[in-house]
Design a protein around this ligand. Structure first.
Ligand SMILES: Nc1ncnc2c1ncn2[C@@H]1O[C@H](COP(=O)(O)OP(=O)(O)OP(=O)(O)O)[C@@H](O)[C@H]1O
Length: 345
């Protein structure tokens, strides 16, 4: 389990993470979503004690990271796949990690096998493709057989087979009772991988809910109907007090009524239907709907430009929070810092 309480990180004037409080539970895959610059990586780095919070706490299975003896046996993470010593072989890279964390040598071979890198065990990692580096990063995360796993954009650089593999791996790890926390911009992939979602925007918590409820709450679901007797059908639906509109392509859209009821109603009045299909928005649509006000950068005429950099609380409308109160405050877009080194005060 990972517990965040009031977690906050400032980089100068930039509020990267803003009073985040949530719990990531074991036994399920929890997705971590947010627009670019929302604070996901910063949050994950603080979970791993790679960055010091300005305030607030993170607990891993009840303990602060610094209280964990041999941390890799408690929490494994894939953050920056390319952040490995390029001169070392894959096996040596993992062996160094194993030795510094009291992990048995045999685990190196086991995890290399798990991620499908056995054939390149002795190859220097600087020659690795992004996909191979991702797999090596995942091997490192699994090395200590930890109960808690973090994956930051794990499918980056993976081919479709690799994407399917990591999805199955994460689901299996969760099914074993582990805590699996994963960020990704690939919504279609997240939709089929995660059961629960944490969504942040401008460092603030926007949603902490099941995937199903998230899509339901942030999108419109309706039933599409098509009939050769569209006028009659529309009159019937209106007479029943239902919200139905003709949408121009010969279809009707009906809100708030189950498809079964609509089918039975049409049958009861001997109206022929050519289509009766429940429509549910995708995770991507629901995500865009929720975070529309909190994206840091918008594309415009093909040129990516900062949406607003004025810095006043009104320059960028605050996102509508679902579970946490919106706070005034304006993170400034700043460049990515190279501040990835472990900081211990
Ligand atoms: N080391 C740093 N120094 C200064 N500012 C930083 C640093 N790291 C992150 N930031 C800023 O903090 C904010 C949050 O960044 P972060 O990388 O955590 O977001 P993210 O959600 O992971 O973004 P992305 O989806 O683009 O990876 C951004 O405004 C970013 O520019």
């Amino acid at each position: 389990m990972i517990e965040l309480e009031g977690l906050t990180k400032h980089y100068g004037d930039t509020v990267a993470v803003d009073h985040l409080t949530f719990t990531v539970r074991p036994g399920i895959v929890t997705g971590f979503l947010g627009p670019n610059g929302a604070g996901k990586s910063t949050t994950m780095r603080m979970m791993l004690d790679l960055d010091n919070p300005t305030s607030g706490t993170v607990r891993i299975d009840g303990k602060h990271y610094r209280q964990l003896q041999d941390p890799l046996t408690y929490i494994g993470a894939l953050l920056e796949a390319k952040a490995v010593h390029g001169g070392r072989s894959a096996a040596n890279h993992l062996l160094c990690l194993a030795q510094s964390n009291g992990i048995a040598r045999r685990r190196v071979g086991e995890v290399l096998d798990t991620v499908g890198l056995t054939s390149v065990t002795k190859k220097r990692t600087k020659g690795f493709s992004l996909g191979m580096s991702q797999r090596l990063g995942i091997a490192a995360a699994l090395l200590g057989d930890p109960q808690v796993l973090l994956f930051d954009e794990p499918v980056n650089g993976l081919d479709p087979e690799g994407i399917h593999w990591i999805r199955t791996l994460m689901q299996n790890l969760a099914a074993q009772g582990r805590t699996v926390f994963v960020s990704s911009h690939l919504m279609s992939e997240m939709a089929v991988t995660a059961e629960h979602l944490i969504v942040i925007g401008q460092g603030r918590l926007m949603a902490d809910t099941s995937m199903k409820d998230f899509i339901h709450q942030n999108s419109r679901s309706y039933v599409r109907m098509r009939s050769p007797e569209q006028e009659k059908l529309l009159d019937l639906l209106h007479a029943e007090g239902m919200q139905a509109v003709a949408v121009g392509n010969g279809s009707l859209e009906v809100d708030g009524v189950p498809a079964e009821r609509l089918g039975e109603l049409a049958a009861g009045h001997q109206l022929v239907l050519h289509e009766l299909s429940p429509q549910q928005a995708s995770l991507e649509e629901a995500f865009m709907q929720l975070t529309a006000g909190s994206v840091e950068y918008h594309a415009h005429d093909g040129e990516p430009v900062p949406a607003q950099t004025g810095g006043s609380p009104t320059a960028r409308p605050p996102a509508e929070p679902q579970t946490a109160g919106a706070r005034p405050g304006e993170p400034q877009p700043t460049g990515w810092g190279a501040n990835w080194q472990k900081k211990r005060s």
